[in-house]
Design a protein around this ligand. Sequence first.
Ligand SMILES: [Mn+2]
Length: 293
Amino acid sequence: MSDNVQTDKFMGLESKNSSLARCKFAVVPVPFEKTVCYGHGTAKGPAAVIEASTQIELYDEETHTETWEEGICTLPAVNCAGSTTKVFKEIDKTVRALMQHKQCIPFYIGGEHTVTQALAQPYIEAHKNLSILHFDAHADLRETFEGTPKSHACALYPASRQVPVVQVGIRSVASEEKQYCNAGKVTTFLMHEHRDVNQLIPQVLKKLTDTVYITIDVDGFDPSVIPATGTPQPGGFGWYEALDLFRAVIAAKKIVAVDVVEACQRKADPITEFNTSKLIYRLMGYLTVKKNK
Ligand SMILES: [Mn+2]
């Protein structure tokens, strides 16, 4: 690492291509935490992930790319103070402004999964043929939870009424959301039934449309990979299985945006933020390799 590392910039530095007008990737912190019901700390996730990214090698050993040279623009955090309605408006404004920069693929870092409702909506409206890849331990298809539809437990419900949602990693489903799994526009690949990722990948590709928004709740991973999340579940994706899936989806589809949510910070144990930042940089690598093909 060079001496001028900036711990509030993803990968710790900006290249000459890092202006919003030129960057290939934008990193947008969305430190929203309101409806988490179990483990807290996801509001501090984005800053921790960005700081951890400064410890990653700039050269990516799998994709053989210096991905940062494509230009990574780290934006100021979305203001998540005030009511959820107000925060959703702030998110909407940020997303629509970013959508003007068509060369740029945003990576939104949460924050609790609720933010996906506001993040995905402008893409749903802008792309006729959009579908959503939903990587998560939880189905997140409740209509309301604890009195509000704007909850982490309802994260994908609004999108699922509008566009195809393909769920992977799922191993926790509430009785009231069971009716929405594998019904209507929703395809739910339960983790225990789809443990061979090589068999899962072609089925996922078939269900997704050509244009894809990816939402990654880090609890889709096994807790041995990502331990610090709001609501952990045993038996999730291994690191390489998940990468196989994401690599295949990125190679086959047009990706409009990615969100990565629910990473928490535990000071004594930086595995979660480091692995989450490495995941983001690797996905940027896949997107770079694809462009350069
Ligand atoms: Mn989840």
